[in-house]
Design a protein around this ligand. Sequence first.
Ligand SMILES: [Zn+2]
Ligand SMILES: [Zn+2]
Length: 128
Amino acid sequence: MTDNQKSLIDKMRLDGCGYVKIAKAIGVSENTVKSYCRRQKNTDCKEEIDYCAECGIPIDKSKRGSRRFCSDACRTKWWNEHPKAEMLYKANCACCGQEILMRRQNERKYCSHRCYITARYKDGGGNG
Ligand SMILES: [Zn+2]
Ligand SMILES: [Zn+2]
């Protein structure tokens, strides 16, 4: 594979694409994509075996379902280290204009409760 194909795989994986879709898009076999992903310890690949995103040990999915962490301790630690890792969406506070990050689109409109209150008083209720 070329570096270009590899970076495309990385990009598509981040977009949540499956192996088949990626393989078709870049013109290699599904197995090539799989084995490439398997070698990328840092990317979150949907394999039969998952590796804890924090400590890297394999997770027994039959016990824990689809998980990214081997334990609650690792989950807590990881999120402490990556507090904005899944804050994929950006918006500006509808009140003060400050940038806010969120996990789901339109999850929040205001940077803080204070702005929410301020905006409500200003607009006389708004559209809720
Ligand atoms: Zn762990
Ligand atoms: Zn604000």
